[in-house]
Design a protein around this ligand. Structure first.
Ligand code: HEM
Length: 503
């Protein structure tokens, strides 16, 4: 009797517990449904007002500022229709982290890009920037073996230092034309960027830093500028408008055509060199990337696409970073003097820094970090999570939604950086000052982050060390402020003119 009573009691306790658990789950799931808002609940400007901002108020070049305005008006998450594309903006480091941590095996940057449309239209292959899925994964692992390994990248120091030597000669030449001053320094750095990346890709020089620049090189640089200038416009225009208002799409395609042809010309030329050498029974030992890609049995069509994309990735990014670095150092003579001191202490009378030298320059690294915080080359990156709905803060974002990551807004947010608009490299050196790890991520994140990061950093450090060893840099006119402008990437809004005083 006592036994069976115990059993009844246990059974009813168990039943009660089960019911309580079920009730708890029911309430909680209701709460989940109630607390997680959906796409329709996300605030944002009406399509008309956003398009007016973009097209009538020069908004395309102010997209980075629209991030700040959007955040101030709607909070850290808002949505806007960019032409035919609805995009959810995320402008808080923790929320950006939340998106990126759910990006999956083959992250997608954006699946609606006019860059991809162009490749389909012309029947070109995709390069690493534009490829997706397994194709991207394969390219990434082939290129990563070369471009992400510190030792492999250090091997490019000598080649890059040759290019830096020519840059210094070019600055000397230019400052003789208008005493001490180099007008539009970004222009010199475009050429430097193209010469640097070409030397890595082809192991040969293409003459960008000579006093008379080859016409095709000039046209390649112009094509990059036009292509970047037209990228956002062609993305924001629904495809049917390409027929009614053909100019942007036509110019965009012409620029890409030229870039592909330029890369193909150089690749074919180098490949012919190799074939000749092999025919003569000579050994071919190429460190350069094009040769390496071909050796890895990457189809030639894909080599063309990859080299084109790598060439263009190495021009504006480097130019912008170096231009802003010198702009800020010229305006902050004390920081410039400390950096020069650091460089001279490490070089001990030598002129040319090596990869091992720049590794011993913490202020140099802090300066470049700070420059990229203030002027992130890619002010707004993106992700599309294609296989599942994801939670971002209080919202559930449906799969396949384009999510814009507002890096400019987070890196200029005073919640994460004190006096956010000031150039203060020392903030990266203070042990007691830490920053949210996703507040400034100029090279992106994770598997799809910048594959050229190590090359870019090395190139920028080597160039800055040599420039500061030779010159003290001052603004031509201290009153002349230069603001950034979006041209797909963030570039100086007007010319940066600097005085170079020989040391
Ligand atoms: C200061 C200079 C540079 C900055 C700030 C920069 C920044 C970035 C960023 C933010 C991304 C997107 C990352 C993401 O989506 O998470 C990216 C991707 C990429 N970058 Fe850079 N970049 C720089 C220089 C370079 C250079 C010199 C090269 C070529 C040598 C390069 C090649 C690439 C490529 C190929 C990708 C696409 C990677 C992929 O999709 O797997 N970048 N870069």
């Amino acid at each position: 009797m006592a036994q069976s009573l115990k059993l009844v009691n246990r059974t009813s306790v168990f039943r009660n517990l089960t019911e309580m658990w079920a009730e708890y789950m029911r309430r909680n799931s209701e709460k989940v449904i109630k607390t997680h808002k959906c796409l329709a609940d996300i605030p944002g400007p009406s399509t008309v007002s956003f398009l007016t901002d973009i097209f009538c108020k020069r908004g395309l070049s102010r997209l980075h500022e629209l991030q700040l305005e959007g955040k101030a008006k709607y909070g850290p998450v808002w949505k806007a229709s960019f032409g035919p594309i609805l995009t959810v903006h995320v402008a808080d480091p923790s929320l950006i982290e939340q998106v990126l941590r759910q990006e999956g095996k083959h992250p997608i940057r954006s699946d609606l890009s006019s860059w991809k449309d162009y490749r389909q239209y012309r029947g070109h292959s995709y390069g690493l920037l534009t490829a997706e899925g397994e194709e991207w994964q394969q390219l990434r692992s082939i290129l990563g073996k070369h471009m992400l390994k510190p030792k492999e990248v250090e091997a490019y120091s000598d080649v890059l230092n040759d290019v830096v030597g020519d840059l210094v000669q070019k600055i000397k030449y230019q400052r003789r034309q208008s005493p001490h001053v180099v007008k539009d320094i970004a222009n010199e750095f475009y050429r430097f960027g193209l010469e640097g990346i070409s030397s890595i890709l082809f192991e040969s020089r293409i003459g960008c830093l000579e006093t008379t620049i080859p016409k095709e090189t000039e046209k390649f640089i112009q094509s990059i500028n036009i292509m970047f200038g037209k990228t956002l416009q062609t993305m924001a225009m629904p495809k049917f408008l390409h027929k009614i208002y053909p100019n942007p799409w036509r110019k965009f395609c012409e620029s890409w055509d030229y870039m592909f042809a330029f890369a193909k010309g150089h690749i074919d030329h180098r490949m012919a060199d190799i074939a000749e050498k092999l025919a003569r029974g000579e050994k071919v030992e190429g460190k350069y990337l094009t040769y390496y890609l071909a050796q890895e049995k990457v189809p030639m069509k894909s080599v063309y696409a990859n080299v084109t994309e790598l060439l263009l990735s190495g021009v504006d990014t480097i130019s912008s970073t170096l231009s802003w670095s010198l702009y800020e150092l010229a305006r902050h003579p004390k920081i410039q003097a400390s950096l020069n001191q650091e460089i001279q202490d490490v070089l001990e009378g030598r002129d040319i820094a090596t990869a091992a030298d720049v590794a011993k320059m913490p202020l140099m690294k802090a300066v470049v970090k700070e420059v990229l915080r203030l002027y992130p080359v890619i002010p707004g990156n993106a992700r599309v999570i294609s296989d599942k709905d994801i939670q971002v803060g209080e919202y559930i974002i449906p799969k396949k939604t384009l999510i814009t990551l507002c890096h400019y807004a987070t890196s200029r947010d005073e919640k994460y950086f004190s006096n956010p608009d000031e150039f203060k490299p020392e903030r990266w050196l203070k042990k007691d000052e830490s920053h949210h790890p996703y507040a400034s991520i100029p090279f992106g994140f994770g598997k799809r982050s910048c594959i050229g990061r190590r090359i870019a950093e090395l190139e920028v450090y080597l160039a800055l060390s040599r420039i500061l060893t030779h010159f003290e840099v001052r603004p031509e006119n201290p009153e002349c402020l230069v603001k950034p402008m979006t041209r797909t990437i963030l570039v100086p809004g007007k010319e940066i003119n600097l005085q170079f005083l020989e040391r």
